[in-house]
Design a protein around this ligand. Structure first.
Ligand code: SIN
Ligand code: MN
Length: 199
């Protein structure tokens, strides 16, 4: 089944529990090499979401602004994107070229992400793919310009969203996390992986 909400393509329950556990195992491998950190916004406030990444690039933010960087704050390159994650990208987009960044966001019970566009990439012709694991997150979908009517939906563990075409530059964000709604992560919280072509 596939839903379309304001041009966002939503695949509810795309990953079964065994696949979710496999991706989680792969994410743990990435995090062992590239631990989560909390980026500062350009305004100097730490984000509530913890982040890390895999691939040629990771997304980063500090007083200098938002950008993609080739190394984790440790100075080491980001680990490779796990094969299981590439496979999902291909299944939902049909794009053969492999994405260059798998951004990994961790939301604890209090974390959220304000409405924003993904616009630090060079070519908006490539889609962005988002994979949700763990607790449910209330995902808000807006328009390609700020403001206007938005629609929200709870993303559950195993759901996959494609932001492509007209929705590629649509505003989106996560209003809140439904703590305790999944048992996938032993300590709770939500993981979201986004796959992006950077250049
Ligand atoms: C993001 O926009 O980077 C994350 C979206 C999500 O957590 O579902
Ligand atoms: Mn985004």
């Amino acid at each position: 089944m596939k839903l379309s909400v304001k041009g966002f393509e939503i695949h509810p329950g795309f990953l079964d529990p065994a696949q979710q556990r496999a991706i989680l195992g792969a994410v743990r491998g990435v995090v062992a090499d590239a631990p989560f950190f909390r980026p500062d916004t350009p305004y100097g406030k730490p984000m509530s979401v913890r982040m890390t990444a895999a691939g040629a690039y990771g997304w980063y933010s500090d007083k200098k602004g938002y950008r993609y960087v080739p190394n984790h704050p440790s100075g080491r390159p980001w680990p490779a994107i796990p094969a299981e994650v590439f496979e999902i990208w291909q299944q939902v987009t049909g794009v053969e070229r492999q994405p260059q960044c798998c951004l990994i966001n961790y939301y604890d019970a209090q974390a959220k992400m304000g409405l924003h566009q993904d616009r630090d990439e060079t070519d908006m012709g490539w889609p962005v793919v988002s994979i949700s694991l763990g607790d449910e997150g209330l995902f808000r979908m807006g328009n390609v310009t700020r403001g206007g009517k938005t629609e929200s939906m709870w993303l559950r563990s195993g759901d996959v969203v494609v932001m492509g075409g007209a929705a590629r530059l649509a505003y989106h964000g996560v209003d809140r996390i439904r703590s305790g709604s999944s048992t996938l992560l032993p300590k709770g919280g939500r993981l979201n992986l986004t796959l992006r072509m950077v250049e």
